[in-house]
Design a protein around this ligand. Sequence first.
Ligand code: AMP
Ligand code: ZN
Length: 476
Amino acid sequence: MSLRLFNTLGRSLQEFKPLKANQVGFYGCGPTVYNFAHIGNMRPYVFHDVVTRALRYFGYQVTHVMNITDAGHLTGDDDSGEDKMVKTAIERNKSVMEIAEYYTAAFFKDTAALNVERPTVVCKATEHIAEMIALIQRIEANGYTYFAGGNLYFDVSKFPTYGDFARLRLDDQQASSRIEVDASKKNPYDFVLWFTKSKFEDQALQWDSPWGRGYPGWHVECSAMSMKYLGESFDLHAGGIDHVAIHHTNEIAQSEAATGRKWVNYWLHNEFLVMNAGKMSKSAGGFLTLKSLLDAGYEALDYRYLLLGAHYRSQLTFSYEALDSARSARRSLNERVLALRDKVGQATAPEALQPAALQRLAAFREALENDFSTPQALAELWGVLKEQNLPAADMLGAACEMDRVFGLGLADLKTEIVTVDPAFAAKINTLVQARTVAKQSKDWARADALRDEINTLGVLLEDSPTGTTWKQTARP
Ligand code: AMP
Ligand code: ZN
């Protein structure tokens, strides 16, 4: 078998063939650092991490590049609205760079807690303005631009395949009427490559350019930085599904207009994490962060496990019930692995595994080769741990091997010894009993309030048909 992935370019499952044997150039669109990332934003980064780990597991040498957007991203991806960074800076009375630094650090704290490995290259937009200007100059020299109202625009009518990627019908009046009207645009789909004075007179970050002092349009950074680190054509590009119609469509148009050649061969797009009430969005406020899950007593890897349990191309509805299930599954997994380790001490090396374990590893690999099917791959992990007649050392060996891709930290598990203070235990038992009584009398508000109170004391509850058990977490 070989890796087959669902390429947005062509909308089909395709065999993956890298440009250079055994090497993969992979670009994943990174965060705009104007606020905390919500747990939906974490979905693409966990997915990009799984892709990178899986490719490395398959034996490829992967260069994974991720950008940090610290300039140029407006509240509307189509150049409409305000500048996201500037808006937050004004609200918080801080400089744009302070805001960027603060939220970049918060982002990496979250991704580290989720066991997301740091990309090979992390590049900031503000440190690549010269590359962006150089790219825009090439696009201009090739005749794809026009200057109007103080901005340099990309002229989509000069790029006949513009609508192909997202299957847009450019003559669809209804669709184009939804795009905010910018009187300087010749066509609603045209987009800004370089802004000067037209939009924000008091723009904090500005640079000199051949078109005047200003700043780049948001899409330019991904084209310029990916080409700098991966070359003018590369293998793989990923991002959220919301980026197909505007951001990635524009990235393709401007990149190929500059170089005259095909830019990216395979595109992967993750579906959204949704709340029951609809899409979770950073700009709309009122969203869940990883920290809010930690504060409620979960561990970051419970959330990673939840994400691994869904295929990246399926929408995933977040609920605390689903997170509870992920947590208990992960706990059983950890307990199983710890018990195996206590029994045998050492895991069998992959090359010395018995046939039953090797078969599971082969099925695990096949699952990942099937468009990164992590739910199928997880089933193989559970399968090998429940395999009859397999020595414990082989189960452990196969599980640790699979965890190179899952990233659930199985190899580093430590037996957690938490000594519970008797007076504390009595207090918790009283609260748990009160909550059971509240639940029996269907006083859900009180039951929830008691659960919250218990959680804030650093205790996790687990309800089952036979009653409620509790566990003090290692966190203070
Ligand atoms: P941003 O920092 O706003 O540029 O978004 C970062 C990434 O998160 C992008 O790849 C988005 O497509 C993705 N994203 C935003 N909201 C969600 C969501 N609710 N579920 C999954 N991915 C999302
Ligand atoms: Zn991008």
